[in-house]
Design a protein around this ligand. Structure first.
Ligand code: UGY
Ligand code: MN
Length: 258
């Protein structure tokens, strides 16, 4: 005779039925306790978790990009995205191989739309991926494949505050219609004002914790959390705890909003 296992909460000390996840009209917080893996289109043998996608809020005003995690496995690989779609991949853990070259933890690549490559993701490696349909700009050549690592990326104090460092992973040039940045805050450091802007964001907390204001709600957040901020979602952050907080985030740039 078999016995059914008794489900236990993914949140130690809290009962079943509790989650910090919220999906609202102009923002979302996706906490890891709710992650459900699925196969990812364009990948073989990948265990993925789609964190942000247009399906989050169908119709006007929903996300215009995709953000997902890939957990490596034997035979986990991809040779390119769907037609017209560019990718940025960032190695959160372990190491990947891009066209035979090692991409270590904190390494990243911008993989242009309609380009062929071979990306292998072994067991124990975790990638964060952003995908966006590339919007060509008249008279501007599309970018070539770019590879880099966080420690080598340009990094500046944000608006003069050396307790809030902003690293820009991709060249800030009209050839790129997206940016991916890493923001590192010393404990107690806030964003200096509540931002409200046309660009949307997909954010992944890499380390530490803090409080994110999204619209009129304030959320405690920590490493492993994902946030979607729609265009014009008022946003603010303060880092808390005893260690720095860091997040990696996407934004759309350099294209006519009309
Ligand atoms: O680039 C940005 O808009 C950035 N300062 N936003 C954010 O961290 N929420
Ligand atoms: Mn912003």
């Amino acid at each position: 005779m078999t016995t059914n296992p008794i489900p236990t909460s993914r949140l130690p000390g809290l009962p079943l039925g509790i989650s910090r996840t919220r999906v609202a009209r102009d923002h979302a917080l996706i906490a890891p306790d709710g992650h459900v893996p699925s196969p990812i289109v364009g990948w073989s043998n990948a265990e993925g978790v789609v964190l942000i996608s247009p399906a989050m809020r169908g119709g006007p005003g929903g996300p215009r990009f995709v953000q997902y995690l890939v957990r490596g496995a034997d035979g986990c690989r991809t040779g390119g995205a769907s037609p017209g779609v560019q990718r940025v991949i960032y190695v959160l853990r372990g190491e990947a191989r891009l066209n035979g070259q090692r991409l270590a933890t904190e390494g990243f690549a911008h993989l242009p739309a309609d380009s062929a490559y071979e990306l292998m993701v072994p067991t124990g490696t975790e990638l964060l991926v952003f995908e966006k349909r590339y919007e060509p700009l008249a008279g501007v050549a599309a970018p070539a494949l770019t590879v880099g690592e966080l420690s080598q990326a340009p990094c500046e104090p944000f608006l003069g505050d050396d307790h809030a460092l902003l690293a820009t992973l991709l060249p800030i040039s009209p050839a790129y219609d997206m940016a991916v940045n890493v923001f590192t805050f010393q404990p107690g450091t806030p964003l200096p004002f509540v931002e409200t802007h046309v660009m949307e964001h997909g954010l992944y907390m890499k380390q530490g914790q803090g409080v994110y204001r999204l619209g009129d709600a304030w959320y405690p957040v920590q490493a492993g959390d994902t946030i979607w901020m729609a265009s014009y979602c008022p946003q603010w952050f303060v880092a808390m705890g005893r260690t720095p907080a860091a997040y990696i985030y996407y934004k759309d740039i350099h294209r006519d909003p009309l």
